[in-house]
Structures are given as C-alpha cells and as structure tokens.
Design a protein around this ligand. Structure first.
Ligand code: SF4
Ligand code: FES
Length: 363
C-alpha cells in the first residue's frame, strides 16, 4: 500500500442474498448470486482476518438476511477474535432467542433491526411476509433483554411516507437507542419498483421536515440518523465517504466492491477475495482506483473547494442520471445536469390506488 493510501475503516459483508422477506425497495442487484456461489466459512474467516490486518475496525454483517447463514456465529467469533466490532443488520425473521444468545456469546456487539412500517398490515404488506411485524417486536425484546445495543432502521417510500413519526415512536417503544431513517434509493430491485415506491415531492418534503423536527424534539431520548434524499439537498453526499476511501463491500460470492451499486458502472474490473488478498484489492484493484481521490474529476468538481468534502457525490448516480460515471453528481447545484434531479421525480407519474410491487425474490 502506498504511503498516501489510507486504510479502510468499515467492511460491509453481504454474507448471502437469501432472505425470507421480499421488500421491493431492496438495493440488492436484480441478478443475485445464489447459495451455490456463496463463500464458505473458512474463506469468510480469512477475509475478516485480512480486514483486521488492513486496519478495518467495523464489520457490518448483512445480506439478504445474514441469519440464513448457519455458520453466522463462527463468523462473528472470528471477527471478535480479530478485535473487529460487529454489527448484525437483520430483519429478525428467522431469529430465535437461543440463537441471539449464541451470537452474543460469540462476540456480537450490536444489532440493527429493520422495520417496514409502524403497523402490522402495512409492514407485512411491504415485506411480503405475513407475521413479520409481530416477530420483530419479539426479536427487539430479546435484543434489549440480552443488553445488546439496538438500532432500528426504516426506509421511507410512498406507502409509509406519512408514518415517519409513528415509526420513530415504535423504535422508542422497541427500546432502540438510535433510529436510522433513509428514503428509498433507486438501485437494483428498488429501481424496478420505482414508480410504486416514490412518494410525491410534497409528501417527501413534509416527511423530511417532520423527521428534522423530531431530531430536535427527541434529542436525549433517541438519536435519529436521517439521510435526506438528494432531491432536497444543495450538494451531494460523499457517497461511501468517498470512493474507495473508507469502506468497501464484499458480495456473497467474494467480489469486492467500492459501493453496493458499483457493478452498474460498465467497464470496471472488480477483483475477488478468491484470487487476491484484501490488501491487494484495496491498493490495486482497477475498480478501486477508477474514482479514488480527485484526479479523475471533471469540471466543475475539478476546481471546486468542496472536492475533498463530498468527492463529487455518487458515481453510480452520476452514471444513472448524467450518463457518465465521472461527471459531477447531478444532485449538486453546480452540476450542468442538476435539472435532471427534478425531472427524475417529475417524470414518474404516480399511479392512483394501492401500489403494486414486484417483490424481491432470489432466482
Ligand atoms: Fe461537490 Fe463537485 Fe458539486 Fe463541488 S462541484 S460541490 S465537488 S459535487
Ligand atoms: Fe456507487 Fe454511490 S452508490 S458511488
């Protein structure tokens, strides 16, 4: 690794794309890798040891549903042995209290539990799984009884855009210390369901204002992490904290990605943990070096004082909305393509009545 290259801080381990839920806003790719292509236990354990040696501090165990991996406790244990902080990102469906305690004994540090809505009917409908809502209540009780810190996360879309405050209330009732509220982002399955998921601009704006108000009102009672949609921001977010700068993802079959949607960018060469060490990939994989730093930038980013604040925004969004992954993210007011952000929401004709979803299913 060159002297200038900083080590990564976080690793998102997508252990499997298998999942009992079918949320239509899932950002997993349309073409998902099946169980037969998943890394085995020993390879994941090697990946975690290499990650620790590289400087990674936190591992987010994700999917799909990571509980679908029977070896999850063995993976958590290796992370703990390597001094890595582990965060389990789960729907809770498929968890038992005994398994939670097994994971805790293996060294699990934190659980992030998803909720789909503030009431059972709405939540089960978007999850495509009857009984999921009640199961999550039970699971949250086990997590807090085990004295594991709990974060609840919720995705906002058209069917629950009016329930933001109720979802925050539910998170408090479940005993969460934090609640993360993100507005649906349109990659993978979510893009396929965009016209069913996207709220009207007025509704999205009202939800943003309400959540920001709750942040102040509930300070000291629950921490609210609110990811404001790019459509309402002046400048883009530093997606992934900057390309290949702080974090990376490993897919179920071992492909290492700078971000979850990086494979939508044509022409990038990704390396696998089956062929290379993480240190080699972080330093030399062509996909990691494609947009690292600032040399690749065009104007207006090239001469912008914010270039090391937001790193030009999101490469995948620049490709999707400006047709060029090295362009300034159109979310930025300085982008000559900024108008496409407004057009992207306006061109979606919101159908009347109940949204019709295409549920995410593996295979
Ligand atoms: Fe960020 Fe580029 Fe916009 Fe400047 S021009 S604020 S670097 S996206
Ligand atoms: Fe790929 Fe933002 S999602 S850079």
């Amino acid at each position: 690794m060159s002297a200038a290259l900083q080590p990564p801080v976080g690793l998102l381990a997508e252990l499997t794309y298998r999942c009992p839920l079918g949320c239509p806003y899932c950002s997993n790719p349309i073409e998902m890798e099946g169980r037969d292509r998943e890394l085995d236990t020993a390879t994941w354990q090697r990946v975690f040891s290499e990650a620790a040696a590289l400087g990674v501090l936190q591992v987010h165990l994700s999917g799909g549903e990571p509980l679908a991996r029977r070896d999850l406790a063995d993976l958590v244990r290796r992370c703990a042995e390597e001094g890595l902080y582990t965060n389990l990102i789960t729907s809770g469906v498929g968890l038992t209290e005994a398994r939670l305690l097994e994971l805790k004994s293996a060294g699990l540090d934190h659980v992030q539990l998803s909720i789909q809505d503030a009431d059972a009917a709405g939540a089960d409908r978007i999850a495509g799984y009857r009984g999921a809502f009640e199961r999550k209540r039970e699971v949250a009780g086990w997590i807090t009884a085990a004295r594991l810190p709990l974060t609840v996360n919720a995705v906002i879309h058209r069917a629950n855009v009016h329930h933001a405050a109720a979802m925050v209330e539910l998170a408090m009732e479940l005993g969460a210390r934090r609640v993360e509220i993100a507005h649906a982002q349109y990659y993978g399955w979510a893009l396929r369901n965009r016209s069913a998921l996207m709220p009207s601009r007025e509704d999205a704006r009202a939800a943003v204002a309400e959540i920001e108000r709750l942040k102040t009102e509930l300070a000291g009672r629950i921490a609210i992490d609110h990811v404001i949609p790019d459509y309402y921001a002046k400048y883009p977010k530093a997606c992934m904290g900057g390309w290949a700068r702080r974090t990376f993802n490993v897919t179920p079959s071992g492909t290492v990605l700078p971000c979850h949607a990086a494979q939508t960018i044509p022409g990038l060469e990704f390396w696998s943990v089956r062929d290379h060490s993480l240190a080699e990939i972080w330093a030399d994989a062509p996909a990691f070096n494609a947009y690292r730093g600032t040399d690749w930038m065009q104007e207006p980013c090239r001469s912008c004082p914010r270039q090391t604040v937001d790193f030009g925004g999101c490469r995948c969004q620049a490709l999707a909305l400006a047709g060029d992954a090295s362009a300034t993210d159109p979310a930025c007011v300085l982008s000559p393509r900024h108008h496409v952000m407004a057009e992207a929401t306006e061109e979606i004709a919101l159908p009347a009545g109940e949204p019709v979803y295409e549920y995410r299913r593996l295979g």
